[in-house]
Design a protein around this ligand. Sequence first.
Ligand SMILES: Cc1cc2nc3c(=O)[nH]c(=O)nc-3n(C[C@H](O)[C@H](O)[C@H](O)COP(=O)(O)OP(=O)(O)OC[C@H]3O[C@@H](n4cnc5c(N)ncnc54)[C@H](O)[C@@H]3O)c2cc1C
Length: 372
Amino acid sequence: MLKKLVLIGGGHSHALVLRLFGNKPLSGVRLALITPDIYTPYSGMLPGHIAGFYSYSQCDIDLQSLSNFAHAQLCLDHVIGLDLKNRKVLCANQPTVDFDILSINISSTPTKLSVPGAVEYTIAAKPVAQFLEHWYQLQENAVRNPQKALNIAIVGGGDVELALSILAGVRKLEIYLFQSSKELMPSHHQSVRRIMRDILSNQDVKLHLGERVCEVVKLINKGLTIKCESGLMVTCDQVFWVTHASAGSWLKAAGIGTDDQGFILVNDNLQSVTHPHIFAAGDIAKMINYQLPKAGVFAVHKGNPLYENLRSMILGESLKPYKPQTAYFSLIVTGDGRVLANRAILPLPSHQLWWCWKDCIDRNFMAQSPHQ
Ligand SMILES: Cc1cc2nc3c(=O)[nH]c(=O)nc-3n(C[C@H](O)[C@H](O)[C@H](O)COP(=O)(O)OP(=O)(O)OC[C@H]3O[C@@H](n4cnc5c(N)ncnc54)[C@H](O)[C@@H]3O)c2cc1C
């Protein structure tokens, strides 16, 4: 009997799954992708795009072409819930979609709900498409008023690539970076943190470490004021919100096993620990046996094992556990055509050579996607 495999979210893992189904078609399966947009940005090139090194078309993944290639039906919609008992996906605008096997790759959004003013007045880094709309608007305003210096605040210092890319993408900019802990980039080794801190200071980024933002207030004709628990107040034109990520509430509400932030708990087969016919990959998945950073590069790595296990599930074969790479080079874009490369405790100074290496990897990834 025909098996219905439904992919929710056109994330990095699903882009690869579609590419692989296109390369090795499987009979007896009906494939569908539900995602709100035809294009989705490839995160590896996102900092370079913000800094002005790549155009949008160079870093967008064309989900329509990929779906055509994989003979998958593309439904442009937001998923808002699941009826797990009857195996149905609930969409915002279209009728429900039936499934036998489900795979979820929808990423996450920054947590900001509890801070007054954050939802109304700040720009979240995710969804990326919305973030980019605001970013283009800001660039346009900067071009229209070249004399006016813009003050930008970034709340969340886990990933400073955004600050450096923004600095590179607009002239006459002051950046204030707020981080609740005393350290920037807590997931990196202190040697990397030290180098990045020096780079930020040299670029005149105002660092407010150990400052927890507790309110964002809109002032009439005067922009926004950031208020911190310490009493510090800073006025700025725009605020980007890049704090810890959380997941949409509909997953937990549907009854899928999740952690406290709502991320889907998966085993080494990338299978939900509570529902074996549901798979998850990318930022939305929390592998119970590994601590992996939430980054596009890990979502890409999971594409192939996810595809293999979806295929095995359809064919009734046994699944293969995925063992993520735990030692890897992290390549941090510094916004100036250079990259800081580091592996474990060994940071290599920010250099153009690492940029060329990263550029090559990223262009190669994009070149493999089918285009219309
Ligand atoms: C400014 C910025 C720069 C970054 N730079 C880097 C970098 O250099 N390197 C790196 O590795 N990571 C980077 N990241 C992180 C990276 O973007 C994420 O980790 C990555 O996108 C996660 O990939 P994913 O496959 O989980 O989901 P994504 O690639 O984000 O895709 C999720 C997809 O799901 C869709 N979707 C969402 N909700 C629903 C729904 N309810 N129903 C249906 N579809 C839905 C979305 O439209 C999207 O197509 C950056 C992030 C930001 C914001």
